[in-house]
Every structure is written in structure tokens, then in C-alpha cells.
Design a protein around this ligand. Structure first.
Ligand code: VG1
Ligand code: CO
Length: 551
């Protein structure tokens, strides 16, 4: 069908309200994206901005792929028609429309494309009633910066026409190899190969394979999302993990009806297994688009903030990072466990707003080697996205090199650096107006000098950030309340939801005394949690103070 004299046509259209990307791309209900012209409008808005800047259109190469959720394949055909009609020379597409977010970043960089469109709403549920999403990544492989996404949004508000091919030609996404869409070349690639090759260059694969040969056991829960094929190929195929190590490995359009968010609530089956008698040595899970990871040892959960700190502290044991650590970065609400590692090693350490797009300049400038977020995101300068399977391989590499259990590695780390007790409490599905009013209230309080659970507050601000590389600014990024003893509360609203508002409370407290490191986080933070709920009058405002998700 493709390549048979499809004419470029201009379709007139009217703007849709609210095509404004959030923390990570434009996310809406599937039904919103299915409206005639909705996707086309947004994609054309992106392409118009890119063409104006000389980053898209004639002569350029675009990578396209997604997490396989419902509407993925249709959206890809639509995007390919628009890319062809806007003069792109070439599109590189994952077979069956599949590319995990980190793999898309890897392909953009490795094949020197000019950018990519990634179709995902990450951990948000999929299926006809679920969510869909789209984001643009630049030539360096990372998410578009805020100034770029603002430009996309502005363009979407004035759009009057889009360009596409008539006759609705389609590309056979199931067959790898070169084909065409109109005058544009289309290369359908193995979605795993480039990524798997990159992992080979970073980790001690022989060391990890040795671990499995000696009987090390693992379960990887792919949650019926995009990481399945990657994990099967690398863990079972390359490293020799027992067949069946990867469970829920088949990507499904609705993720099997689940919520592909790797945390203790949504990956409960894995968490329960790891706390049971029959636990394997190591457990891990990843999210819808493969950029998040949860890591557990037998009987222990590794908090993502600790995971970043432990990997940074052990980076010298990983071949791809040996002798080249320059600095670390973490999103503002992420615990300051990694800061302590950086201070000891003399590395740069940056606190950035929530969202991976804020790490890009630091990674590009070589000022940061590893970075992470409390929301189960860990990564490095190997791509420009967080990378779930990368984190799992990094842990396996460290376990192999140290010949210790996850529990031993964690307790050793805390003994060396102290433990930062940490927890995030989410309140989902809140009334957006009431949630906004709460934020206004917290912002307006004058807490400095007053006590929070008995200890004076020394800092109370609304976080703003100036990028040390390009000077760009971001403000209103969340309220920080810090006590004299270093304990901290952060309050912010989610920017990835599609319904109502989600309030996130981030709580942390530092504990140097190693005799107290065995405590549970909720217990260790109990005073701070109580004081926070009272301070925010959660019960009064929302009728309940019980979080929907605790991690
Ligand atoms: C959440 C996380 C944030 C992460 C973002 C995208 O954003 O808190 O750390 O970068 O999701 O992750 P928010 O605005 O809802 O708190 V992913 O894996 O959903 O692309
Ligand atoms: Co994700």
C-alpha cells in the first residue's frame, strides 16, 4: 500500500483547548486522543515548531515508537503520514510499533536521528478507557525542554491546518526492514537490538552471567508492559537467568487490566513474594514504558532514593562508569541520600525540578553521570531518559561484584553514610480546586522558625530552579519545608494525571545511628507524618487523611 503516489493534502482544522504537555508529554484519556484531528493537531504543532527551528521536516530523520498500549499502532500510522507530508526524509520505527522510552532515547542517539515521538502514558492504565500520551524527544535523546513544550502548546492554540497523505496509507509494522510512506523512507527495526548492544558496553555481563550460573535466582515482573521483550532477551537470553524469570512478559494493549506502576501497591504480587519464605534472591519490576524500576532483595525493598545513592557509591564496580563519575543529580523531592555520597567523593550534586527533562543539560555538559528520581526512576548518561532495565542490570552488576545480598549492600551503605528514612504519600483523585486551595494555603503559611513535630523549621519555600548550564528558569516546582535537624517535607501536585488532582507528600528524616537502621520507614517517620497531616488539615479538606498509595 505504502509508497504508491500518495498525495500530500492540507486538512483545515481548529485548535483544541488544553494541548499542554505536563511533567512528561501530553497525556489524556484515549477517547480524547481518538477525536478526529486531535492527534494530528498536536503532531503538526510539534512539527511546525521543529521545522521553524530547523530541527524537523525536510531531510530530517524521526524515530517513532511506543509502549504498545491501546491506540499505539493507529497513532503511529497517523504520525508517519504527517511526518511524510511534512517532508521528513526518514522515519525509524520499532517493530509492531514498540520502543520502550529508554530504547527510543538509545535509538535516537545511536542512529543520529533528529528527534523522536514516543507514544506512552507510562504507568497510567491503558485500554479503551485508559490513558494515552505523546512526547517529543530531541536529537540528544532526551525529553523536550519546557521552553520547547511551551512552544508546541502555543502553536496548538493557533493551528489552522495540518499536512498528511490522502488515501490513509499504512506501513506494515510487523515486518522489519526498509519500506516507504509516500516519499519518506521508513525503517522498521528490531526494538531490542540497539538497546541490548548498548547494555553490553556498560556492564560486566560475564560477571552477572556467572551469578546466574551459580544458582542466583530472580523474578522480573514486566507487568504486561513494554519491558517484557527487553527483559526476556537480556536476562534470560543473554545472561542465563532461568526461563520464567521474567513474568507478565507479553506486552498487552491494556496491560492485562493492571496499573503498570512498579511500586509496593501496584506490583503487590512481586512485593509479597519477596517478603515470603519462597523469595528469590532478587526481584524487580518496571512500568508501562520501561523507564521506571523497582528493586527488592529477599525480605527488603530498596527505596528509589537509596537505590540512586547505592548505585552512585558503587559505580566504580561497573565497567561503564569506572573512573568517569563526575557528578550526580536528583529531582527536588528525591531524598538527599545521594548528596551524602557526592559530598564524600567530591562530585557535583544537583537538585532539579521533577521530570527527566531537567537532567538533559547537565548530562549533555558531562557534569553529571548518574541521576534519579524518587518515583522509581534511575539512569545515567548512557541515554537521556530514566531506564528501568539499566537500573536492574546495574544492581545485578553490583551484587555480582560485591558478592553480597541486597540486604547486606543496603545495610553497609547506611552504616557508611547514615540512613535517610523516606516515604511518599499520594492522594489520588482529589477535587482539583480543593487541591489547588491546599497548595495556596501551604504556600502562604509562614513556617520559618515555627516547630514541625517539635523541631524548628529553617526553610519554607516554593522551589525554583535556574539551570546551571543554560540559565533557563523554572518556578513553582513544589513546596519545601525543612527542619533544623535536616528532616524535610515536600508538597506538590502531580503533572501526569488525567483526572482530578493528585497530591504528593514527600517525607524524609536522616538517621546516623546504625542501631536504628532496621526500623521501617513509616514507623521512623511517624511523627513527621502526623504533624504533616495536621498542618495540611487533610481530613478536614478531603474527608480522609489516608493516602491512596504509600511508597
Ligand atoms: C511523575 C513522577 C516524576 C516522573 C514523571 C514521569 O510525575 O513524580 O518523577 O518524572 O511522573 O514518569 P508527577 O508530575 O505525576 O509527579 V513516567 O515513568 O510516568 O514517564
Ligand atoms: Co514511565
Amino acid at each position: 500500500m505504502a509508497g504508491t503516489g500518495n498525495q500530500i493534502v492540507e486538512v483545515s482544522t481548529k485548535p483544541f483547548v488544553g494541548q499542554k504537555p505536563g511533567t512528561s508529554g501530553l497525556r489524556k484519556k484515549v477517547a480524547v486522543f481518538q477525536q478526529p484531528h486531535y492527534l494530528e493537531n498536536f503532531v503538526q504543532s510539534v512539527l511546525d515548531v521543529l521545522i521553524d527551528r530547523g530541527e524537523g521536516g525536510p531531510g530530517k530523520t524521526l524515530v517513532v515508537g511506543g509502549d504498545g498500549r491501546f491506540f499505539n499502532r493507529q497513532a503511529i500510522q497517523t504520525i508517519l503520514r504527517l511526518a511524510a507530508a511534512n517532508g521528513y526524509a526518514k522515519a525509524i520505527v520499532g517493530r509492531d510499533g514498540i520502543l520502550s522510552t529508554p530504547a527510543a532515547s538509545c535509538v535516537i542517539r545511536g542512529r543520529k536521528a533528529d528527534g523522536g515521538l514516543i507514544l506512552s502514558a507510562s504507568h497510567n492504565p491503558g485500554g479503551p478507557e485508559g490513558d494515552f500520551g505523546i512526547k517529543y524527544n530531541v536529537a540528544a535523546g532526551g525529553p523536550a525542554t519546557e521552553s520547547l513544550t511551551n512552544a508546541f502548546h502555543a502553536r496548538s492554540e493557533t493551528i489552522e491546518r495540518y499536512r498528511t497523505l490522502d488515501g490513509k496509507p499504512e506501513v506494515d509494522l510487523g515486518r522489519e526492514g526498509l519500506t516507504t510512506m509516500g516519499a519518506m523512507a521508513v525503517d522498521v527495526i528490531d526494538p531490542v537490538a540497539d538497546y541490548a548492544a548498548l547494555m553490553e558496553t556498560l556492564f560486566d555481563m560475564e560477571g552477572i552471567a556467572g551469578l546466574f550460573r551459580e544458582g542466583f535466582t530472580m523474578r522480573f515482573d514486566a507487568m504486561h508492559a513494554v519491558t517484557g521483550p527487553y527483559a526476556v532477551k537480556i536476562l534470560e537470553g543473554r545472561l542465563g537467568a532461568a526461563p520464567g524469570t521474567v513474568v507478565n512478559g507479553m506486552p498487552l494493549e491494556d496491560f492485562g487490566g493492571g496499573h503498570p506502576d512498579p511500586n509496593l501497591t501496584y506490583a503487590k504480587e512481586l512485593a509479597d513474594l519477596m517478603m515470603s519464605e519462597s523469595a528469590p534472591d532478587f526481584g524487580a519490576a518496571s512500568d508501562g514504558d520501561g523507564d521506571r524500576n523497582m528493586v527488592l532483595g529477599r525480605g527488603v525493598f530498596v527505596n528509589p532514593s537509596d537505590s540512586l545513592a547505592v548505585l552512585a557509591a558503587n559505580a566504580e564496580l561497573i565497567p561503564g562508569y569506572r573512573g568517569r563519575m563526575t557528578g550526580v543529580a536528583r529531582s527536588m523531592p528525591t531524598s538527599r541520600a545521594v548528596d551524602r555520597v557526592a559530598a564524600k567523593r567530591g562530585w557535583e550534586c544537583h537538585e532539579t525540578p521533577t521530570g527527566w527533562k531537567y537532567f538533559g543539560t547537565l548530562l549533555d555538559a558531562g557534569r553529571v553521570t548518574l541521576c534519579g528520581e524518587e518515583s522509581f526512576g534511575t539512569g545515567s548518561d548512557h541515554v537521556r531518559e530514566k531506564d528501568g532495565l539499566w537500573a536492574v542490570l546495574a544492581w545485578l552488576n553490583v551484587i555480582a561484584a560485591r558478592a553480597q545480598t541486597v540486604e547486606q549492600i543496603l545495610f553497609d551503605h547506611w552504616a557508611n553514610y547514615g540512613r535517610t528514612f523516606y516515604s511518599r504519600h499520594d492522594y489520588e483523585g482529589l477535587d482539583a480546586e480543593k487541591a489547588g486551595a491546599l497548595m495556596d494555603h501551604v504556600r502562604s503559611l509562614d513556617l520559618k522558625g515555627r516547630a514541625l513535630a517539635g523541631v524548628p523549621v529553617v526553610l519554607h519555600d516554593d522551589f525554583s530552579y535556574v539551570d546551571p548550564v543554560d540559565g533557563s528558569r523554572a518556578s513553582g516546582q513544589g513546596i519545601r519545608i525543612e527542619r533544623e535537624d535536616g528532616a524535610r517535607l515536600v508538597v506538590r501536585l502531580s503533572g501526569t494525571g488525567t483526572e482530578g488532582a493528585t497530591l504528593r507528600l514527600y517525607l524524609e528524616r536522616y538517621e546516623p545511628d546504625s542501631t536504628k537502621h532496621g526500623q521501617g520507614a513509616q514507623e521512623a517517620l511517624a511523627d513527621l507524618i502526623r504533624a504533616t497531616r495536621d498542618l495540611l488539615s487533610l481530613e478536614e479538606r478531603f474527608g480522609s487523611e489516608t493516602p491512596t498509595v504509600i511508597t
